[in-house]
Design a protein around this ligand. Structure first.
Ligand code: AMP
Length: 295
């Protein structure tokens, strides 16, 4: 049941955020952080629940970070739905929402940036130059602002999670990273704020991403180990959607994201596809040792 009193506290400045979280930390409580860009869906809420299950206090950040969008991407039209986000978080019982304005995050004269690790190079890094520099910088800032013990990310943005994990290791940050499973619609499409851009017809066509991942799993279960063959079959499935434009369909090592030729161990199938000009990403593990492993 939603009640006015279950609404999370809202902070819009770093000073307000600190004023609330400092006493929480002083009481010895653990703080879980869920960084988001808002337009919340069940995928985001699954991260909130994971934080609530593990931490004493959950901070959700809602911030559409301009520095992780390249020119020509969808920054201006990205959905901003703060009121309904707060309602959803009230139903979930999150403790605090931090929703800063751009000039609170990037104060005048801001000029320090995180140089992202090597794992940021391929896939998204190649298609979206500067994306991980912006994402890593804002995530590091949010970690520091919220003084979090644990931060929660989705496997949906697999490469982002690897980049953040490596940043935490390389910069000796004193917090833990959790990566949570992908939440999907019943027809398999991974939940994404960007799905809202899709017309009903394009929404139907968008299931080709999931279908291609399923095919990859079936091929592996049948004994196929040649990465090129699997990727080619996946591409053919994606291209059954008439206007699909493939950025990449790849089979990669799950740690380095380097392409693999043959599947000898756990492998990541990963793809980025534009449908009706909306860019969608998805991924799943392929388990050659256990063709029937569940997602
Ligand atoms: P975003 O608001 O798109 O930046 O996403 C915020 C966090 O939610 C990221 O860690 C995403 O990986 C995660 N996320 C987005 N979609 C899903 C999903 N369908 N299932 C699980 N986590 C998700």
């Amino acid at each position: 049941m939603t009640t006015a009193t279950s609404r999370p506290q809202l902070a819009t400045t770093v000073a307000q955020l600190r004023e609330i979280v400092d006493p929480v930390r002083r009481q010895g409580k653990t703080i879980g952080l869920v960084p988001t860009m808002g337009a919340l869906h069940e995928g985001h809420l699954s991260l909130v629940r994971a934080s609530q299950a593990e931490c004493d206090y959950t901070v959700v950040t809602i911030y559409v970070n301009p520095s992780q969008f390249a020119r020509g991407e969808d920054l201006a039209r990205y959905p901003r739905t703060l009121k309904s986000d707060l309602d959803a978080l009230a139903r979930c019982g999150a403790d605090l929402v931090f929703a800063p304005a751009d000039d609170e995050v990037y104060r005048p004269g801001h000029s320090t940036w995180v140089e992202p690790p090597a794992v940021a190079g391929p896939l998204e890094g190649r298609c979206r130059p500067g994306h991980f520099r912006g994402a890593a910088t804002v995530v590091l800032k949010l970690f520091n602002m919220a003084d979090a013990n644990v931060a929660y990310f989705g496997q949906k943005d697999y490469q982002q999670a690897l980049v953040i994990r490596q940043m935490v290791r390389d910069l000796d940050l004193a917090l833990e990273i959790r990566v949570c499973p992908i939440i999907r619609d019943p027809d398999g499409l991974a939940l994404s704020s960007r799905n809202a851009y899709l017309s009903p017809d394009a929404r139907r066509r968008a299931t080709v991403l999931w279908k291609s991942l399923q095919l990859a799993r079936e091929l592996v279960a049948q004994g196929q180990r040649d990465a090129g063959t699997i990727a080619q079959r996946m591409r053919a499935v994606v291209l059954t959607a008439e206007d699909a434009q493939i950025d990449y369909v790849a089979l990669v090592d799950p740690d380095s994201l380097e392409p693999v030729d043959r599947l000898t161990g756990r492998t990541l199938a990963v793809l980025a596809v534009k449908i009706e000009n909306t860019r969608l990403i998805d991924n799943c593990f392929l388990e050659p040792e256990d063709g029937n492993a569940e997602f």
